[in-house]
Design a protein around this ligand. Structure first.
Ligand SMILES: CC(C)(COP(=O)(O)OP(=O)(O)OC[C@H]1O[C@@H](n2cnc3c(N)ncnc32)[C@H](O)[C@@H]1OP(=O)(O)O)[C@@H](O)C(=O)NCCC(=O)NCCS
Length: 278
């Protein structure tokens, strides 16, 4: 594992990924359009929701569609509501930032198991996925490839033995039990976020049988229980980081034409979102 510092600030921790990436402070980039030209290029924005005030969240509702606005209005938990608004405002602002059309103008439809995607026509074949958890939101954007992301807070209370015995493959479960007790929670979340990234990339969500595939961790790599599926594994790229000390993030992309992936990771430019007038 390797800690990543920029200007003396700890930004994240690399779990021995086999994938090229950059993780840095926000940088307004005039070459931003070219970042998403190549296949396998992925841009990831993340936001610790504490970075935004309640009035930011209110202000950012102007980026939402009427459906998203209504959905957050029905939420009774203030924290969940704030995270939802920030995640979806960030998704729309990100589309605006990289592809120019105003945030409210993007429309989405749901696939069979609920995966949102851009409505057709989508000539640039833009793909995205988002994830939110207690205090944190992440959006990933790419082109051509199916993408799935997941984030979990390290301190999250979860009965990892029980869940792993039901949802993990035998290999993952045994690897978890073999690990030092002090590391088990983190290892559980590493497997869990990778598995979720996979089922979110396929779009089948938890209807997918989580025991039919398993991960090795260093570097993250998927394997399928059925041998005849392992050719498929070569089309998958997985990536995992610890962000802001407490959040385990995983992403998976599936490429029909295998290309080297590159992850560009930034904290969401909240100041830019605040001052944008539409
Ligand atoms: C999609 C799913 C797999 C992920 O859910 P999750 O981990 O709760 O939530 P995440 O924040 O990672 O992702 C939710 C977002 O993924 C997207 N999404 C929804 N369905 C999806 C699907 N089938 N495939 C990909 N993405 C999907 C949506 O944008 C959704 O956000 P929204 O509802 O605000 O629009 C969900 O089907 C699910 O059932 N999760 C259960 C999680 C669980 O049991 N966790 C306990 C263990 S720690």
């Amino acid at each position: 594992m390797c800690e990543i510092y920029k200007r003396g600030m700890l930004l994240g921790l690399d779990y021995k990924n086999n994938v090229a990436f950059s993780l840095g402070p926000w940088r307004d980039d005039h070459t931003k359009k070219s970042v998403l030209y190549g296949t396998g290029q992925v841009v990831v924005w993340y936001l610790a929701t504490d970075m935004a005030t309640e009035s930011d969240a209110q202000n950012f509702t102007r980026f939402l569609s009427s459906d998203e606005f209504d959905r957050q209005q029905r939420m009774s938990c203030t924290k969940t509501k704030k995270t939802y608004i920030l995640a979806h405002a960030m998704k729309r602002f990100m589309l605006f930032y990289y592809f120019d059309d105003e945030p409210q103008s993007w429309s989405f439809q749901k696939r069979a198991h609920g995966k949102p995607e851009l409505c057709c026509p989508n000539p640039l074949n833009i793909r995205f996925n988002l994830t939110h958890t207690d205090g944190f939101a992440v959006v990933a954007l790419t082109r051509e490839s199916n993408i799935g992301v997941d984030v979990e807070r390290l301190g999250r209370k979860v009965n990892h033995h029980k869940l792993a015995s039901k949802k993990f493959s035998t290999i993952e479960y045994h690897n978890l039990l073999r690990a030092d007790a002090t590391n088990q929670h983190e290892i559980f979340l590493r497997y869990w976020t990778l598995k979720e990234a996979y089922v979110k990339a396929t779009g089948r969500g938890l209807t997918e049988n989580l025991r039919q595939f398993y991960f090795s961790l260093n570097p993250p790599h998927v394997h399928f229980i059925r041998d005849n599926q392992n050719l498929l594994a070569s089309h998958w790229t997985f990536f995992q980081l610890k962000l802001c000390e407490n959040y385990i993030f995983a992403a998976g992309i599936h490429e029909a034409q295998r290309a080297d992936a590159y992850f560009h990771i930034y904290p969401a430019p909240i100041d830019l979102m605040r001052c944008q007038t539409f």
